[in-house]
Ligand binder design. Structure first.
Ligand SMILES: NC(=O)c1ccc[n+]([C@@H]2O[C@H](COP(=O)([O-])OP(=O)(O)OC[C@H]3O[C@@H](n4cnc5c(N)ncnc54)[C@H](OP(=O)(O)O)[C@@H]3O)[C@@H](O)[C@H]2O)c1
Length: 179
């Protein structure tokens, strides 16, 4: 199964200066717990922002000279990343960033999205074309959590959306080069 996971502020931001716009350790812990043991599909900038990258991570990049940490493999498209991640036999999570979510969301059965109910400055935005309005809300939990940049509490709405009929991955053209 393919899922995506991310967190977005009230004004649509997901990133700032190569990291998250906020500092909410419990939200980060939720992310780590949810993707534990999964194969990950990760945009190159998000990969570079991570201190620890688990094995079976597939890094989407067009740079064929990209040097990666052990257990990581470059793929040149999101679809190639999803295929390779599925081939591990693990559950698959797309963890962003923006253009990776935008290319992957139609293939996902679930989207774990935390809505941070406050505006934050940011330079990376959740893609507007991702429309979850027709998806079922499978679960929804609101927690008031400490946020250490603004030194206040913030409401975090942990949503799990489910898409009934995700788009199948395109059939691989055997005449084209592998990704
Ligand atoms: N709030 C959240 O849940 C969340 C989640 C993830 C990331 N973030 C934040 O978002 C920021 C990074 O995200 P971002 O959107 O700027 O960058 P990103 O998606 O992580 O990385 C962009 C790079 O990925 C590669 N790429 C993306 N789509 C591709 C495609 N379809 N085909 C081939 N290559 C593709 C390209 O790499 P090359 O240039 O190497 O070709 C592109 O420059 C950071 O601030 C990070 O902390 C937040």
């Amino acid at each position: 199964m393919i899922s995506a996971i991310g967190a977005v502020s009230a004004n649509g931001m997901i990133g700032l200066d190569g990291w998250l716009p906020w500092d909410i350790p419990e939200e980060l812990a939720y992310f780590e717990q949810t993707v534990d043991g999964a194969a990950l599909v990760i945009g190159r900038l998000t990969y570079e922002s991570m201190d620890v990258v688990p094995v079976d991570s597939f890094i989407v990049s067009r740079r064929d000279d990209l040097q990666l940490r052990p257990g990581c493999r470059r793929v040149d498209s999101v679809e190639a990343g999803l295929r390779a991640a599925l081939a591990t036999g693990k559950s698959v999570f797309v963890i962003g960033g923006a253009s990776v979510y935008a290319a992957a969301w139609r293939y996902c059965e679930r989207f774990y999205l935390t809505r941070i109910e406050r505006s934050f400055d940011g330079d990376s935005r959740f893609p507007e074309e991702i429309d979850l309005s027709g998806w079922l809300i499978e679960s929804e939990t609101v927690r008031q959590l400490p946020e250490y940049k603004t030194r206040g509490d913030v409401n975090c709405r942990f949503l799990v959306y489910r898409q009934r009929n995700p788009l199948p991955l395109p059939v691989l053209d055997c005449n084209s080069a592998p990704g």
